[in-house]
Design a protein around this ligand. Structure first.
Ligand code: NAD
Length: 337
């Protein structure tokens, strides 16, 4: 069996690859894996270093919008797990062109190539942000999509394209919609690594608005476990929500990080709120729990403490990324997910 993993050098994709390379993905024991990644600012060879040299892993530097390159890789592929995306909401507010290009056109390029080459399964990795914002309750998978940010709109567009390729061409697509991930190797532009790396450097934490925006946190290991379940046993044409069951307001998340890092409330700086900042995300995970036996296994308190420890011990990984971010024009002021 051959698996094509797009975006396998990013945060979640590289966890999926490292997990498989370490023998922790029984669904795909013995499979060959090909990573296709453009190595944008978010793709990082260091993320794949623990898997480097694996005899059944090949890493290809390339663009999911390149139909010729994608077609060549799709030949002989049994399963696609599609992570590649522009993924940072704030960047999509600053300019959405790359989001439309990669997330919409790139996904379409992959879907068409998968149809052309008779790929047996295509898992499209999406986000709970496609649903919009919900004050109370949780979204089931058939809830209408009401994305608010350009990032979420580009992901919603690609979700719909993926499902249309199932209905029109019979491509065995599954779409997953996951809540906020955290864990090691997450780019320090995202909330938890930004807050942690700032505090480790003695810098204040930028908190958007009044900090009451609520997110549901899921450890990246649990997300990848769920994706393997969907890839192995999901029903073609179906959407699966994936959540962590740990809802926290951003200000409560910051309070936990301050405590873990021994810092006081004076280290929090309120910054102007993000435009169209979604108040709350919450997915109903009953379907994947009942149909595929999924349940998150990493407790939030221990997962967060381990993540903080990882960043404290891996300055060599994140310091160059922070330096590049600071050097880039229009550095982003606040952080949320
Ligand atoms: P990331 O930004 O860390 O990684 C994205 C990867 O895609 C990078 O390696 C990048 O180089 C690659 N890439 C970008 N454009 C490409 C292109 N045109 N061709 C080939 N490769 C390209 O993202 P992530 O946080 O790991 O998210 C992975 C997927 O999961 C995304 O589709 C995202 O929408 C989804 N998701 C993320 C979260 C989260 O909390 N991070 C939650 C739910 C869903």
């Amino acid at each position: 069996m051959r698996i094509l993993v797009t975006g396998g050098a990013g945060f979640i994709g590289s966890h999926f690859v490292r997990r498989w390379a370490a023998g922790d993905c029984p669904e795909f024991d013995g499979a060959e894996m090909v990573v296709l990644d453009r190595f944008t600012y978010a793709g990082n060879e260091a993320n794949l270093a623990p898997a480097a040299g694996h005899p059944r892993l090949r890493v290809v530097r390339g663009d999911i919008c390149d139909a010729a390159a994608v077609g060549a890789l799709m030949e002989g592929t049994d399963l696609v797990v599609h992570f590649a995306a522009e993924s940072h909401v704030d960047r999509s507010i600053a300019g959405a062109a790359e989001f439309v290009r990669t997330n919409v056109l790139g996904t379409h390029t992959l879907l068409q190539a998968a149809v052309d080459h008779g790929v047996g399964r295509f898992v499209h990795v999406s986000t709970d942000e496609v649903y919009g914002s919900i004050a109370r309750g949780s979204w089931p998978e058939d809830h209408p999509l009401r994305p608010n940010s350009p990032y979420a709109a580009s992901k919603a567009s690609s979700d719909l394209m993926a499902l249309a390729f199932h209905r029109t061409h019979g491509l065995p697509v599954c779409v997953t919609r996951c809540s906020n991930n955290y864990g090691p190797y997450q780019h320090p532009e995202k909330a938890i690594p930004l807050f942690v790396s700032n505090l480790l450097d003695g810098r204040p934490v930028p908190l958007y608005g009044d900090g009451t925006n609520v997110r549901d946190w899921l450890h990246v290991e649990d997300h990848c476990r769920a994706l393997a379940l969907v890839a192995a046993g999901g029903e073609p044409g179906e959407v699966y929500n994936i959540g962590g069951g740990t809802e926290l307001a951003n200000r409560d998340l910051v309070a936990r990080l301050l405590e873990l890092l021994g810092a006081g409330p004076e280290m929090v700086r309120t910054v102007t709120d993000r435009k169209a900042h979604d108040l709350r995300y919450s997915v109903d995970c009953g379907k994947i729990r009942e149909q595929l036996g999924y349940a998150p296994q990493v407790g939030f308190a221990s997962g967060l403490a381990d993540t903080v420890r990882w960043y404290a011990e891996h300055r060599d990984w994140w310091e160059p990324l922070r330096a590049a971010d600071r050097a880039a024009a229009g550095a982003l002021a606040g952080a949320s997910c």
